[in-house]
Unconditional design. Sequence first.
Length: 344
Amino acid sequence: MKRLLASLLFVAACTGGERANSGQCPAGEVCSPKTPNGLHFIGNQLADDLNLVGPSPTAIGGSQEVALQYDRGDGILIALDLPFTADDEGGAGVKITATSGSVVTVTGQASRTNYLRILDAADGTLFDRKQLTGASVDTIKLLPLNNERVPAVNSGLAWAAGPLDLGVGIYGQVQESSGPVDERLVDSSMQLDLAGATKTAWDTLHLANAQPGTSTLMVTAGDKPAAPVDVVVVASPDSIMPIDTPPWIRPNAATDLCFNTMSGGRVAIGFSWTFTADNVAVTPGLVPNCATVTTTKTTGTVTVSATAGGQNATITLNVSNSFRESTRPRQRVLPTTAGDRAAM
């Protein structure tokens, strides 16, 4: 229950505007009493993320739909049903191109940031506002959609033959106070052309029965020309390797152990996993290629084996009470959907 509540609070903070997050009217603005809790600004869903997110940066030349929601005081977010106008302050970074119902469509203009201000149509007072950013597409990456954990730096992905779902991530440099940062971008008009594939969302594809081999996916995003990306499908992996292995296991403490199947130097996605351990509890988790190991031993070693695609790997770890800092990568921080009034 605590984890669920924390997740809900994270989503609320992530999506809220400045007024929604702060409960105050931003300096220099006159706020409408009709939205005392501000607004939430919800951008296009990212293929490999289950949470609602504030609008990620919009690719220059690309588009993004921003859904507006608000809380009338009962703690439930609903689509904005009050008459409003939208202002982009000249659209230095993103420009408003359409409004339909409670959804505002913006396009990326330049590597700049500007406010999206949502105003009461009756008197021009502020419902809420949020800063949105434009950025140029620099990199295209294929993404797993089955929650498998992969190293942050890898030489590419491959997929198991059969039904296949993959995501397409576009990235670019976004200027922040600490300097340029490589971030995920959105272009809901992105074109994905792969023989035999069905586009299931703006950034996802499905193949009903992918066969071993290499196909070319053509990706047209933002203002960039179509770019080729290899989609590699394999019948079986050639090895299994552990990833982010901890230096030891602590007694009576859950420890996550993760592995990757490999094929030709690529991380292979989509094979079924099983895990065994020597007389200790081992539980598969929500992440297919990870298992949680718990031991009551206070000394000695624990051996864990992982099997997938006909391959096997075994690791042996010492049992120790020493403090161990987590080796998991930090969670990617997603932009909040809150407007200024919601967020402050």
